[in-house]
Ligand binder design. Structure first.
Ligand SMILES: [Fe+2]
Length: 267
């Protein structure tokens, strides 16, 4: 398993309300919250004039911010930029890219195909959809408990089999659910990013987990929606939760607009 740096995370979701527009102070609050919780949402009690500068400082204080941006038009090749846009684009065909669509997005982790993955992913919101678009989080511990009841055989296969995920020249081999530490299951999963060179058996395993999530988790009590208004942000430990997205109402390009990056955690 890749090295996952992590504090002891007993909490699931915490909302932090900032009473300061000083990103140095806010970063300390977020970092404290992320030492205990898998997901942290930041609401702002102050108007922040320059969101990019504000969130650059915050991500720098959380650890090593990674240049995660990918170019949709270039098949997902990395651009070398820190922030990647996730925005509705009326000109992009509906089913070709979740980043630019208004569709619901199935549960996944973000870094499944990245060899040196981020620990914590970051969203900040520029434009909110009129309705919908919330990020959906499922606590990995609760998901494993559910699987033990509904499909223990699938759980043991997922926790014993290494699977190759790859995209645009990046590649990673992990168990989809690593139970080495049973108190803190580690997930590595994106149904759409399994290597085309994987065995039929592993492709089938990939599909079976997708169907499990669609049938037993999607729309259930396990999903917790986190919505962002402009200026707000959310931070999550990518390997300890799976996340997806509610569909949303959008007509014009940029009706919903999120900026995303990720950091390698540094205590
Ligand atoms: Fe994602």
């Amino acid at each position: 398993m890749a090295q996952i740096s992590k504090p002891e995370l007993n909490g699931f979701i915490e909302v932090v309300e900032s009473r300061s527009d000083d990103p140095e102070k806010v970063a300390i609050q977020i970092k404290q919250a992320l030492k205990k919780n898998k997901v942290v949402k930041l609401t702002l009690g102050f108007h922040v004039e320059n969101l990019r500068e504000f969130y650059n400082v915050i991500t720098d204080r959380l650890g090593r911010a990674q240049d995660i941006a990918e170019d949709y038009a270039a098949g997902g090749a990395q651009t070398g930029e820190r922030w990647m846009e996730i925005r509705y684009d009326a000109d992009v065909p509906d089913m070709s890219a979740y980043r630019h669509s208004k569709n619901a997005q199935p549960l996944h982790t973000d870094e499944s195909y990245i060899a040196e993955p981020c620990d914590v992913m970051v969203f900040y919101c520029k434009n909110k959809a009129a309705r919908g678009g919330e990020t959906l989080f499922v606590d990995g511990v609760e998901l494993v408990e559910r699987m033990k009841v509904v499909d223990p055989e699938l759980l043991s296969e997922l926790s014993e089999t290494s699977v190759i995920f790859e995209k645009a020249g990046n590649k990673r081999i992990e168990k989809i659910i690593d139970l080495e530490n049973p108190l803190q299951p580690v997930f590595n999963y994106n149904y759409y990013c399994i290597s085309p060179n994987e065995s039929d058996a592993n492709k089938s395993l990939n599909r079976r987990f997708f169907e499990f999530l669609e049938t037993h988790v999607k729309g259930s009590y396990l999903e917790h929606a986190v919505g962002l208004r402009p200026g707000e942000s959310v931070y999550w430990w990518d390997h300890f939760v799976v996340h997806g997205r509610n569909p949303f109402e959008a007509y014009d390009t940029n009706d919903r607009f999120i900026w995303k990056t990720g950091v390698i955690w540094n205590d």
